[in-house]
Design a protein around this ligand. Structure first.
Ligand code: ATP
Ligand code: MG
Length: 416
């Protein structure tokens, strides 16, 4: 049966080592039951953990939606995802067509053209040559010798040296003088690096997690241990900075078609500086997100249900010209541009249709989530995850810590 006529939808989960959110997601799909579409026809959702095996390029996948957490480092599923996107219209969170070719560096380029306040950033050639028989001849002919110190002086100290496509803080260093600069560059080896001016003395590190049409802006403290990085706080940004972080996050996600992504902005006074906007496989572990975990899992379920049941069309192509038409206008101020970008982003995410779907077809979901998060079943998930994450002498302490934060979420949401 053609996908558009189906009322049974399979959601594939492409997973690495994680157990916590997949268990949460699978349980909530079970508890949710059939979901009516706009005409009242019931649709059923099922989940499946996808296994890796040989595949026929002409085989038709059984999945309507796939949530991918693996393809950024494992290329067999990545190539399967590309086939499923190009040939079968499977809806992907995220599509490798946007995330493998458009990473941190591409996001900086787009954001600069769109007029955002990305700190001064340069790309420098590799320290060590790429392995290729043609390198010696090409480099001798075309590689200009360059003065790393003068690039750094142009960027200004202190600065950050970090991989152009980085993640997980690998190869990131803060540099305050030429000695540190040369040491870090020598160590960078075959990694391609950016030099980026440091945003010094920022007031807030805002990390925003976007899942489809929903975004949560959180107060992030990168220097603390993982379980304390996300503070539970609600009014940590001025209304204007808060709305700017939100608009920029949604803009970049809509621009690149990233539907499951976390973005990092450093906020100094009322100025918002985006520093890392490309995280294809954002951390949503219960031991990191704690209080925000129920929100993240509900948003993931709402968005996948919306995509499957309302047959949202996956898009491989970008619409850059429409954004750049706004970006390139000289008669518009920064905030006027943000507002026009906001319209494009809401159009891409079909925010109004999504909200209508949540209010009608998923009207019971919030209370299902509340009941489940307060249940012994959820507590078992929490305890299992703590046991799998921390050494045994820390189990009691962390179980108590996370129970406290989840209890706070239950209390805050019961009050609503
Ligand atoms: N321009 C900057 N100004 C100030 N701090 C910065 C800047 N760039 C990076 N940092 C700091 O370095 C950290 C790591 O940088 P970045 O996020 O770009 O790398 P990453 O490898 O993507 O890390 P992660 O996976 O933790 O997001 C940031 O969380 C921030 O604390
Ligand atoms: Mg980062």
């Amino acid at each position: 049966m053609a996908r558009r006529d189906r009322t049974e939808h399979l959601i594939g989960l492409l997973l690495g080592t994680e157990e916590d959110w997949p268990r949460a997601f699978e349980e909530l799909v079970r508890r949710l039951g059939p979901v009516p579409d706009a005409s009242g026809r019931p649709h059923t959702l099922e989940t499946e953990r996808i296994t890796i095996e040989p595949f026929d390029l002409r085989a038709v996948p059984r999945h309507d939606v796939v949530i991918d957490r693996l393809a950024y480092w494992y290329y067999v599923p990545r190539e399967w995802l590309k086939k499923a996107a190009l040939m079968d219209d499977v809806y992907l969170l995220n599509s490798p067509f946007t995330f493998q070719s458009m990473e941190k560096h591409a996001a900086y380029c787009a954001m600069i053209r769109l007029g955002l306040k990305v700190p001064p950033t340069w790309l420098v050639p590799y320290k060590h040559p790429v392995e290729n028989a043609r390198w010696a001849y090409t480099a001798a002919k075309y590689n200009l010798p360059f003065d790393l110190d003068s690039v750094a002086a142009e960027v200004g100290y202190p600065l950050f040296m970090k991989p152009y496509d980085g993640g997980a803080w690998v190869g990131v260093s803060r540099i305050t003088n030429p000695d540190e600069l040369h040491r870090a560059y020598d160590e960078s080896g075959e990694r391609l690096m950016h030099l980026q001016a440091s945003v010094e003395g920022y007031d807030v590190f805002a990390r925003s997690l976007t899942i489809g049409a929903e975004t949560m802006v959180m107060n992030f403290r990168p220097d603390l241990p993982m379980h304390e990085r996300y503070a539970v706080s609600h009014d940590f940004l001025s209304p204007s900075a808060g709305s700017e972080v939100l608009k920029i996050s949604r803009l970049i996600n809509a621009f690149f078609r990233w539907e499951f992504n976390s973005c990092e902005s450093l906020v100094r006074g009322d100025s918002v500086h985006p520093i890392d906007y490309a995280n294809a496989c954002p951390d949503i572990a219960i031991t990191s997100l704690h209080y925000y975990f129920p929100w993240a899992i509900s948003a993931l379920l709402k968005w996948t249900a919306f995509c499957a049941v309302s047959r949202r069309q996956p898009r491989l192509d970008l619409d850059t010209a429409r954004y750049f038409d706004v970006a390139d206008r000289e008669d518009l101020s920064y905030s006027e541009k943000l507002s026009l970008y906001g319209d494009l982003a809401e159009e891409y995410f079909e925010t109004a249709r999504y909200q209508e779907f949540c209010a009608t077809s998923l009207a019971s979901l919030d209370s299902i989530v509340r009941d489940w998060v307060s249940s012994p079943d959820f507590d078992t998930l929490l305890v299992d995850t703590v046991r799998a994450t921390y050494p045994s002498f820390e189990h009691d302490r962390f179980v108590a810590h996370f129970r406290g934060l989840i209890g706070l979420w239950v209390a805050d949401n019961a009050a609503v």
